[in-house]
Design a protein around this ligand. Structure first.
Ligand code: ACO
Length: 336
């Protein structure tokens, strides 16, 4: 039987930086409030002229370089994103940007901040059961385009970025994805959403089935609406449980793990989960101070930085978990 392993990572961030002090100029907030409550000091945001697809392709290119894999040898691209630049998905545009000559399948996975973990697991399934050899898993989001910049409760949290890993087939004994645990709870959607605007589509059909207003206007999405307290509680409740489940499936416990790499949403969430799992500070990966919550990009971005700085070394065991809108959450135990 076949296994899969992570052999390269890459990331890319937009050049435009927004500090907490910058935000204090547009909403009633302060650097102190934001950094104490979230740990965030800076975030990067795509300018109107920049493209998330280009950013994602840049991250993917760096992952291929590190893996020493040619773009022509990639046989699948998974773009984990909730903010594609085309309603039908951005993954094929990344395939085009990379110039993969064999027309590998490329498709999008939408699962908010859990997207990357889901992408990793999907890549493993495609490799183990589908005969694929080199799968690019990209996490990229530009939530800045959907943030309500007048809502101080949410606009302080988010930033834009892209991260990628190359997952390659290998012998079963070298397998680098030990176990995973994935969930969703549609009932919790009311706590965190950016829904299609109902008033724009609702009134086109009358109660008797007659068309009142035709043709329909093009649909659009409302800004992110979030109940921060509920999302906070959900993360602190579900994430430790999920990681413990994944560790249990792998026959491991927290003490076997070199690194805890959580979706970077809030330092207080990271600390609460680490405390529950009895993980010491020095084994926690955190970079949200510089980037804020970059949704599906946060895990591969933090992984790539840690690998390139020499912190995460070949063979290290990592417990990773994503959580967010949907609600969705999931964890995986991986070896770098
Ligand atoms: N600056 C100053 N004051 C603020 C700000 C701000 N930016 N935001 C809120 N406040 C005020 C509130 O108005 C409130 O004032 P009041 O007591 O007079 O009513 C007070 O601060 C406390 O507000 P809370 O919302 O209770 O603050 P809390 O401690 O819960 O922190 C936060 C808010 C940071 C949003 C926190 O709840 C959080 O991080 N939740 C998790 C959110 C998250 O991670 N979301 C992303 C999920 S990932 C995805 O899929 C997109």
């Amino acid at each position: 039987s076949r296994g899969c392993k992570l052999i390269g990572s890459g990331s890319a961030i937009p050049s435009l930086q927004i500090s907490n002090d910058d935000l204090a100029k547009i909403v009633d907030t302060s650097d102190e409030w934001i950094s104490v409550r979230t740990g965030i000091r800076n975030r990067h945001v795509l300018s109107a002229k920049e493209s998330l697809t280009t950013l994602a392709a840049e991250a993917a290119r760096k992952a291929l370089e590190m893996a020493h894999v040619d773009a022509d040898d990639v046989d699948m691209i998974l773009m984990c994103s909730s903010t594609p630049e085309d309603l039908f998905g951005s993954a094929p545009q990344i395939q085009k940007a990379l110039g993969c000559k064999r027309n590998p399948l490329a498709y999008d996975i939408t699962a908010a901040c859990s997207g990357f973990v889901l992408g990793l697991v999907s890549a493993a399934c495609h490799i183990r059961g589908g005969g694929f050899n080199n799968v690019l898993v990209i996490g990229a989001d530009s939530l800045s385009r959907y943030v309500d910049w007048t809502d101080r409760g949410s606009c302080i949290l988010f930033g834009d970025a892209a991260g990628a890993v190359l997952v390659q087939s290998c012998d079963a004994e070298d397998d680098g994805l030990f176990a995973f645990d994935l969930h969703s709870d549609g009932d919790g959607q009311r706590h965190l959403k950016a829904s299609i605007k109902e008033n724009e589509i609702d009134h086109t059909i009358g109660t008797n089935g007659s068309i009142l207003d035709f043709p329909p206007r093009p649909a659009s999405y409302s800004c992110i609406q979030m109940n921060g307290k509920e999302v906070f509680r959900f993360a602190c409740r579900c994430v430790p449980q999920s990681i413990e489940t994944a560790l249990g499936k792998a026959g491991l416990n927290g003490s076997n793990i070199d690194w805890l790499l959580l979706h970077q949403a809030n330092q207080r969430i990271i600390d609460a989960v680490a405390t529950r799992l009895e993980m010491p500070q020095e084994r926690i990966i955190s970079n949200l101070e510089n980037y804020g919550n970059t949704s599906a990009a946060s895990i591969p971005l933090a992984l790539d930085e840690s690998v390139r700085s020499g912190k995460v070394k070949s063979g290290d065991l990592i417990a990773t978990a994503g959580f967010g809108a949907g609600l969705t959450w999931g964890s995986a135990v991986i070896r770098w």
